[in-house]
Design a protein around this ligand. Sequence first.
Ligand SMILES: [Fe+2]
Length: 164
Amino acid sequence: MSKALAEGMNNIIANLTVLYMKMHHFHWYVKGTNFYVLHEKFEQFYNDLAGYIDEIAERLLTLNEAPVSTLEECLQRATVKEAKGDLSEQQMVEETISDFAKVIQQLKECLKAAEQEGDDITNDLLLSIAAQMDKNIWMLRAFSGKNAVPPQKAEPVAWLKKRG
Ligand SMILES: [Fe+2]
């Protein structure tokens, strides 16, 4: 594994670690009519993120690289901002969407690098994390009523058309 790829993966771990705490903040402080849904969803996210952090770190160790393991270093590397107080539930959802999108962008850069280095296992790991986070973005967008894809107009099947 190249040093550049290991650095990139450490930057991902840093962002995921900040997000892990941020999802706890949202889980604890969300308020409003969607409390029950979002309280549970943010819990699912921090549990998912803990799994991603561990998988990426252990992939680095497998290839004799050193994953970041202190909060200080994570904060220095992270581009995702920590939680601020007093966000509305809608703002929490929007921030989660944009933070997840940032991490997906980092994942895409690293998984391309892994492919170029012929490292299929790292490529596959990063791709599967990106796919899960991407799906979560779709669900959060649908939840907030934004950018939802309109349902397809139903086309009558051929035998119905013939009868019609
Ligand atoms: Fe809890």
